[in-house]
Design a protein around this ligand. Structure first.
Ligand code: NDP
Length: 331
């Protein structure tokens, strides 16, 4: 799948990407290289930033005409890296293609949990939830946490981690189906559909009457502005993402930033790759919780590489129910 051209503002469309074939032969490039048969690909909101012509984030734009890429799972076909051999299944960064080089690869155990979990609950998004909640939020038992985009890949894990930890957990999402999942599967005590709330400040006062100790920020814009009015003194805001802003050339203004001072808040942005030292404890804890039956995981898997552009755009539009991935091939 290649990007046809950059899209700097407004929605990107499926038609901005295309499926093609190449006669270029994949060959190992020197030492420590791996070529895989791609099994699964991950659709993540940060990819919207890579469809832009300008680099406004930590990762460069895609080059039109070249394969798009991102997190994926693959089966090793050839390896010049002593850490991997033919037949291993790895997670890593790979092209949106049937076959690809794999970068930053890690071997995964396909027997421990269903393979696709390594793209979500046990992959980048689950790890993001783990870092954001346990490290950036600095949680204390009994505190109230509010999570936006709460049913998505990151949000569903944050809710469950917070519930297991002993917090009061409140979340919002964009449809009744998602709101039902929040309370039935993802550990949320209270949940609401933000699209049906004309006054977000009033909604937060209703669902978090005692105020918010921790906000796990996934959407930004108007939601952040309303949350600031409802934070308790010494509250923490883990700024994970701002998906409501990713299509915009100019960011929405935030009017209530002075509440960071009035309420003595800690507002901290984070990128999961800066916290890789936490990965061993993340895998140990999360695999353990799955084995004990303490975690649920909902994913939305599109079938076939050709479905990847539609799956990506659909996720940015909120059509995904759970973690959006694409299955490219059987193991
Ligand atoms: P999700 O699975 O939550 O999918 C994106 C969701 O965003 C949609 O389903 C939709 O849910 C919601 N959304 C889309 N547009 C809007 C809007 N205008 N206003 C409010 N909500 C909207 O994605 P992820 O869980 O993968 O990512 C969640 C957040 O985490 C993103 O902001 C992402 O960029 C960030 N992230 C940050 C990382 C880091 O290291 N800092 C790493 C990974 C992710 P709904 O129907 O509920 O509106």
């Amino acid at each position: 799948i290649t990007l046809k051209h950059h899209v700097d503002q407004g929605r990107a469309h499926e038609s901005d990407m295309e499926l093609g074939t190449t006669k270029e032969k994949l060959e190992l490039k020197g030492e420590n290289d791996v070529i895989v048969r791609v099994l699964y690909l991950s659709c993540d909101p940060y990819l919207r930033g890579r469809i832009r012509s300008t680099q406004d984030s930590y990762i460069p734009p895609f080059t039109p005409g070249k394969p798009m890429g991102g997190y994926g799972l693959g089966k090793v076909l050839q390896s010049s890296d002593p850490n991997f051999k033919e037949g291993d299944v790895v997670s890593g960064v790979m092209d949106w293609a049937d076959y690809s080089h794999a970068f930053r690869s890690t071997k995964v155990d396909p027997e421990a949990v269903p393979l696709s979990y390594y793209l979500g609950a046990l992959g980048m998004t689950g790890f993001t939830a783990y870092v954001g909640f346990f490290k950036i939020c600095e949680p204390k038992k009994g505190e109230t946490i509010y999570v936006s985009a709460a049913s998505g890949a990151v949000g569903q894990m944050v809710g469950q981690f917070a519930r297991l930890f002993g917090c009061h957990v409140v979340g919002s999402a964009g449809s009744q189906q998602k709101v039902d999942l929040l309370t039935s599967k993802f550990g949320y005590h209270e949940a609401f559909n933000y699209k049906e709330e004309p006054d977000l400040d009033a909604a937060l006062k209703r669902y978090c009457p005692g105020g918010i100790d921790m906000y796990f920020e996934n959407v930004g814009g108007k939601m952040l502005d309303a949350v600031l009015l409802n934070m308790k003194d010494h509250g923490r805001i883990a700024v994970c993402g701002m998906v409501s802003q990713y299509n915009k050339a100019e960011q929405d203004p935030i009017y209530n930033l002075s509440y960071v001072i009035k309420r003595r808040l800690k507002l901290e942005g984070f990128i999961q790759t800066d916290h890789l030292d936490l990965q061993p404890e993340f895998f140990k804890s999360v695999i353990g919780w799955f084995k004990e039956g303490k975690l649920n995981y909902v994913e939305d898997i599109a079938d076939g590489l050709e479905k990847a552009p539609g799956a990506l755009i659909g996720m940015l539009d909120g059509k995904n129910v759970g973690k959006q991935s694409v299955k490219v091939s059987d193991v």
